[in-house]
Design a protein around this ligand. Structure first.
Ligand code: KIV
Ligand code: ZN
Length: 432
């Protein structure tokens, strides 16, 4: 694998100030096959789910929510297939979601019987609107629902010791729940599960619908981090959605505020505006000098697989992975990039201007880095001519030739690729 090179300006950040930087990667959980899948026009069939599951494990995800088996027969059958066909690699935990209702918990536990390692994820909504409008219950009623569910899961798990179990609870709508009630319900659930350092459980705090600026969400996470009774027996997880477009920021600030784990989807698939994008989060860490523990060194394959499985295209300007992110159309950018490449050392920190990461770290090549259109200047043209044809143009020729190319692009309105540049050059200077 390639030598890992963070972007040089990260040195500007103050590492002695812990809440300015994330210093270690979180535990990652992919919910592509659950939250991601339930948000598709056409949910994935078993073959596409299997393909995505395989790719997620190859990327290095170790916790993968594979479905909601009590809510869908397709999910139930898929979970059974993973288990019966022995498709869960060593070290990978499958996770299944269930509401805190006795018959649904029962069915969920049947769906995962004989699996090697399972995270059972039970949830109920806790916010005042849900309590009053949806459940018609007071705080005690909603808490009793969660506690009963936690107890039932524990009993069923203990009756099936051949599986390695972990328990997870989510107070759905956490970010619009009163904090003291969120703490009380989590304390009650972790009491049932006897959470402790030897027996850690996952407490997942969702911004089910993103309603605030990310600092507010992070403050809520910090409050929970400081006030939960059994904090040392809890893996504190966040599950941001992207309704305000700030899910990545919310997750990052939450990690700085005490969270240990993040749930999300590749490229931000998921309900409505999506779950937090795990790829952007991971690569933001990478460029800041923290290896995320996920392998995106063949990002184009990851994009293709996700697009094929979800039938949703990744935006061309998606951070790190979009088709256009390693292109520069403007002349001044191209010039700076060209100069950066000229001095970039193989083992030195990455410091090519305008590019936050070496495209090769993602398995992308320099091929598409510089493209030329009517906004470009001589820098990009000179770079392409030298790289593709070994022609180092003197400065005056660069200026002159860029005018010729400019006329061509103004005329055609098109982008010029390297072969076209050469053809224009030949026609202008070489053909008698
Ligand atoms: O967004 C949400 O609150 C969820 C829960 C089920 C965790 O997806
Ligand atoms: Zn969600």
């Amino acid at each position: 694998s390639r030598k890992y090179r963070p972007y040089r300006p990260v040195q500007l950040a103050d590492r002695s100030w812990p809440d300015q930087l994330i210093t270690r990667p979180p535990v990652w959980m992919s919910t592509d096959l659950r939250d991601g899948n339930q948000a598709l026009f056409e949910p994935m069939d078993a073959e596409r789910k299997l393909e995505l599951f395989r790719m997620l494990t190859e990327v290095g995800l170790r916790e993968i929510e594979v479905g909601f088996p009590s809510a869908s027969q397709t999910d139930y059958d898929f979970v059974r297939r993973l288990i019966d066909e022995d498709r869960i690699p060593e070290g990978v935990w499958i996770e299944v979601l269930t509401q805190a209702r006795p018959e649904l918990i029962q069915r969920t536990m049947e769906a995962v019987s004989d699996a090697p390692r399972v995270i059972v994820h039970v949830y109920n909504a806790t916010s005042p609107v849900f309590r009053e409008v949806v459940f018609g219950q007071d705080r005690d009623g909603v808490m009793a629902m969660a506690v009963r569910g936690a107890r039932q899961i524990r009993e069923l798990a203990e009756a099936n010791p051949q599986t390695e179990w972990r328990f997870q609870y989510s107070p759905e709508t956490f970010s619009t729940t009163e904090l003291d009630f969120a703490r009380d319900i989590v304390d009650a659930v972790t009491e049932v599960w006897e959470a402790g350092p030897e027996r850690p459980v996952i407490i997942n705090l969702p911004a089910t619908v993103e309603m605030s600026t990310p600092n507010v969400f992070a403050d809520q996470i910090e409050w929970m981090h400081r006030n939960l009774s059994r904090r040392d027996g809890i893996v504190l997880s966040v599950h941001p959605h992207n309704d305000r477009g700030t899910a990545v920021a919310a997750a990052e600030l939450a990690l700085m505020a005490g969270a240990d784990r993040v749930e999300g989807c590749l490229f931000g698939n998921g309900e409505r505006t999506g779950n937090v994008d795990l790829v952007t989060l991971a690569l933001n860490l990478y460029t800041h000098g923290v290896h995320p523990g996920l392998d995106f060194s063949r990002i184009n394959d990851v994009v293709r697989t996700v697009e094929n499985c979800t039938r949703i295209a990744v935006h061309p300007r998606h951070p790190y992975v979009g088709d256009l992110v390693f292109t520069a159309f403007s002349g001044s950018h191209q010039d700076a990039i060209r100069k950066g490449f000229a001095v970039q050392q193989e083992d030195g920190p990455w410091q090519v201007p305008y590019l936050t990461i070496d495209p090769r770290d993602l398995g992308r090549t320099y091929e598409s880095v510089i493209r030329v259109n009517s906004q470009s200047g001589k820098g990009g043209i000179a770079y392409l001519m030298e790289r593709e044809y070994g022609l180092a143009m003197p400065r005056r020729l660069q200026v002159e030739f860029s005018q010729v190319v400019q006329a061509w692009t103004d005329d055609t309105g098109k982008e010029v690729r390297a072969e076209e540049l050469w053809r224009i050059f030949e026609q202008e200077y070489l053909v008698l």
